[in-house]
Design a protein around this ligand. Structure first.
Ligand SMILES: Cc1cc2nc3c(=O)[nH]c(=O)nc-3n(C[C@H](O)[C@H](O)[C@H](O)COP(=O)(O)O)c2cc1C
Length: 376
């Protein structure tokens, strides 16, 4: 009878070991999915996590005796070694049924099987990557649609590929070490329209007054558009909290700020001068002759650093980056409207000319959006 019970317990323990193995693998894979795609509501990971906890508890319960016997042995041995006494013999092993030892030995992985597994995994990964054929581009194809479809299914293979292929995460903040810095006045949050009113009144304004915008106003709009809150959080959402968007201001007419091109540092809430000068004509010419781009107080340029997302999101990075630029754009509209300034989003411009102006390469970092800002 006792023998039978012991056998049942051993079978249960064996079965639970397999459950542990499977559930651990599932927890790891679903955890990767959660992490790689920011799927915070992906409940499978939670369920497997609970199942894993239950399996671990069963394992501890079934091996309770060995656990405590060995702990006791270690403690006794430790104490005796400390007092300079001779080594006690370990506790007698729990009796195994015939054949169990041999099975355990057979389950151990040989070096050959490890190499086989690694090769199989690498081969499977390569085949998986290869299964997705590149899109066939016929003349007149809508590249937007091609990109949309090509990046439409984030697969597990791509996620693993992202880990393996797409490089490292670059720094979260861009900095210009030797640049002239313009410290912005502390942005006051006092006054301004309530959120509902700012949303209701937002509109694109293209007729600007010649009176300069104040540094205080620029400071407030930049902070609310792209800056950090008191608690260090950004004012806009970002997939994976990777923040690929950089912000620049081409200043035409802001009191106490020299005309020129500046990079905005959200980390320190200051402007870093990229180049000094009057770029009103240049900005209009490279903004498809939209005159208001030279008449506003400043043009705010948003750029995208691909690698900030690419190492994690692969082909979907561009989608997420553009969406994020939109969030900043709306922040700017609302911040401007709230204090009576005008703003207008602009998508029609010559990328190359703008990228030269901002001193970015148009490859690692590209211009994606710009907005005029000024008194109306
Ligand atoms: C992505 C995008 C690109 C735009 N490009 C331009 C542009 O190049 N020139 C312009 O005058 N307005 C541009 N606009 C502003 C739209 O013309 C404007 O939002 C639209 O007419 C609706 O008017 P409202 O913003 O006043 O509600 C753009 C808006 C968006 C969202």
């Amino acid at each position: 009878m006792l023998m039978k019970l012991r056998r049942v317990r051993q079978d249960l323990d064996h079965l639970n070991s397999w459950v542990l193995l499977v559930v651990t693998a599932a927890t790891i894979v679903t955890g990767l999915v959660v992490h790689l795609w920011d799927l915070h509501g992906f409940t499978w990971h939670t369920y497997f996590g609970y199942a894993l906890t239950v399996a671990v508890l069963i394992h501890i319960l079934l091996n309770f005796r060995q656990l405590f016997a060995y702990s006791g042995f270690r403690m006794r041995r430790g104490l005796r070694t400390f007092r300079g006494q001779s080594r006690p013999s370990p506790p007698a092993p729990v009796r195994q049924p015939a054949g169990v030892g041999a099975t355990t030995k057979r389950l151990l992985l040989s070096r050959r099987s490890l190499v086989g597994m690694a090769l199989g995994g690498a081969g499977g990964y390569l085949v998986g990557r290869g299964l997705r054929q590149p899109p066939q581009l016929a003349r007149g194809t809508d590249l937007g649609l091609v990109y949309h479809q090509w990046s439409s299914q984030p697969g597990l293979v791509d996620a693993v590929g992202a880990l393996a292929n797409l490089g490292r995460q670059p720094a979260l903040y861009k900095s210009y070490d030797d640049a002239v810095q313009v410290v912005l006045p502390p942005a006051s949050m006092a006054g301004g329209l309530p959120t509902e009113m700012a949303i209701a009144r937002r509109q694109s304004l293209r007729a600007y007054s010649a009176s300069p915008m104040t540094a205080q106003e620029l400071s407030r709009v930049l902070l609310l558009t792209a800056g950090l809150s008191d608690g260090g959080r950004r004012h806009h959402p970002s997939s994976g909290a990777l923040y690929p968007i950089e912000t620049y201001a081409v200043v035409h007419n802001v009191a106490d700020v020299e005309r020129g091109v500046y990079h905005y540092s959200p980390e320190n809430h200051l402007l870093e001068q990229v180049r000094a000068g009057d770029f009103r004509t240049y900005v209009v010419e490279h903004g498809l002759n939209q005159q208001f781009l030279g008449e506003c107080a400043a043009v705010i340029y948003l750029t995208l650093i691909f690698q900030r997302m690419r190492f994690k999101y692969g082909e979907r990075s561009y989608r997420y980056g553009l969406i994020e630029a939109g969030h900043l754009g709306q922040n700017l509209y609302l911040a401007a409207t709230s204090v009576g300034l005008g703003a207008c989003a602009v998508g029609a411009y010559d990328d190359q000319g703008i990228e030269e102006l901002l001193a970015i390469d148009g490859r690692d970092e590209v211009s994606v959006y710009l907005l005029s800002l000024g008194r109306v």
